[in-house]
Design a protein around this ligand. Structure first.
Ligand SMILES: Nc1ncnc2c1ncn2[C@@H]1O[C@H](COP(=O)(O)OP(=O)(O)OP(=O)(O)O)[C@@H](O)[C@H]1O
Ligand SMILES: [Mg+2]
Length: 395
């Protein structure tokens, strides 16, 4: 699939700009702070309705503007689709699909993107929340309806947490209200845990291969879903991995295990006023050899791991579904990589259908990419404008 046209209105530094995007490699070149990342952030926004840089929409509205609009045309197989999102502060986003009104969640999953950016070092070195977001985005790309479960889970989690807080210090608290929320949380939580288990099991071999490409001779990178939920909680020893669920575990068994653990830990949860069990507490275990990447991997190894997670995702999604190959976005990454890793990345990119690259100087982009079979195009970015190299400014 690819994005063929992008139009931004009051998005970040752009008042109004539009650009046609072709197959092959498109490199956006411009000085620091001139707006290159803003363009690829908008493309990624159309695919996930979230930014790879910020957690909320507010910073994406051009300063002083009342709303921001991102719209794009996507070619997926034989289908051409037009996606549009309007962000209005303090209100729900408005979405349009093929010029008709739509729910924002209807848009997610149509355009697939895989973004690799300097922020991705946090996938290895950062908090578990970053890795959970990574897993959830992959799950949604593979299975778009999961968006609804994730949103519902967040809502139920907040409601149950506030109920736990209100139960604290009240001996007469009616526990049956909590029972209802426990069931909802276990039901939604099980679906999320199951989707993550399946996604990570499918991703693991791709990540291992990507790491072997990117960091040859530097050990093996393995990933696994890490959850405190044990399907045979009553039999398994606390240190026994035997109870860890897999994608073959029925969702109902995961739900039952979640519910049992919640019941077991209820007094602890009330005492602390937080939900102590569920996918919001899980993590992605990343290892190089036998050691966890976090806390042990060198800077270069951490980069290779992060890159492999993204390249692995790209490979997995490319194999999945009709014209599932995502648009590959490499935001400012070549400057960060040594020669060997650059070449390995360029080698993989050479097989991708549409690649968007940002770089402060064109020399950062490996020559190999200029010979991409889909063509190579250079776009010059200056504040508020995008221009074809050797062409006039696009307003
Ligand atoms: N909401 C906004 N309103 C107006 N301008 C903004 C907004 N958000 C960011 N900018 C401006 O956009 C510019 C940053 O753009 P961007 O991050 O795309 O730069 P870049 O070309 O990728 O730079 P670098 O090469 O350093 O990565 C900054 O000058 C910033 O002030
Ligand atoms: Mg940038």
């Amino acid at each position: 699939m690819r994005i063929t046209h992008l139009q931004l209105t009051d998005f970040r530094s752009y008042e109004a700009v539009q650009v046609e995007l072709g197959p092959g490699v498109t490199t956006l070149v411009g000085r620091n702070g001139h707006g290159k990342t803003n363009v690829v952030e908008a493309v990624r926004y159309l695919s996930t309705l979230s930014s790879h840089r910020v957690a909320t929409d507010a910073p994406m509205l051009r300063s002083g503007a009342a709303r921001a609009i991102v719209s794009g045309r996507v070619q997926r197989g034989e289908r051409a689709l037009t996606l549009e999102v309007t962000m209005v502060p303090g209100k729900a986003n408005q979405a349009r699909l093929n010029r008709g009104n739509a729910k924002p969640r209807d848009l997610t999953g149509i355009l697939r993107t895989v973004v690799f950016a300097p922020e991705d070092l946090a996938l290895v070195k950062g908090d578990p929340g970053t890795r959970r977001t990574f897993m959830d985005e992959l799950c949604v790309a593979l299975q778009p309806p999961l968006t609804g479960d994730l949103t519902d889970y967040d809502r139920v989690l907040r409601q149950r947490s506030s109920l736990l807080k209100s139960a604290r210090g009240k001996p007469r608290f009616d526990h049956s209200t909590l029972d209802i929320w426990d069931e909802k949380l276990a039901d939604l939580g099980a679906r999320i845990v199951h989707a993550r288990l399946a996604a990570i099991e499918s991703l693991a071999p791709h990540v291992e291969r990507a790491y072997a490409d990117v960091a040859p001779g530097e050990g093996t990178c393995s990933i696994a879903y890490s959850t405190a939920v044990k399907v045979a909680a009553d039999q398994a020893e606390p240190s026994n991995e035997a109870g860890a669920p897999t994608s073959a575990t029925p969702t109902s068994d995961i739900g039952a295990a979640l519910l049992a653990t919640m019941t077991e830990r209820r007094s602890q949860e009330i005492e602390r006023g937080v939900c102590l069990v569920g996918p919001h507490r899980d993590d992605l275990d990343i290892r190089i050899g036998d050691l966890p990447a976090k806390g042990y991997a060198s800077h270069g190894e951490s980069w290779s791991c992060a890159l492999s997670l993204r390249l692995g995702s790209f490979a997995l999604l490319s194999d999945d579904g009709d014209d599932g190959e995502p648009v590959l976005i490499l935001d400012d990454v070549f400057a960060e990589l040594d020669t060997g890793r650059r070449a390995a990345l360029a080698g993989r990119v050479a097989r991708a259908g549409q690649v968007l690259i940002t770089a402060a100087v064109p020399e950062d982009v490996p020559d190999q990419l200029r010979e991409h079979p889909g063509g190579h195009r250079l776009l010059l970015v200056t504040p508020g404008h995008i221009a074809e190299a050797n062409d006039k400014v696009t307003e």
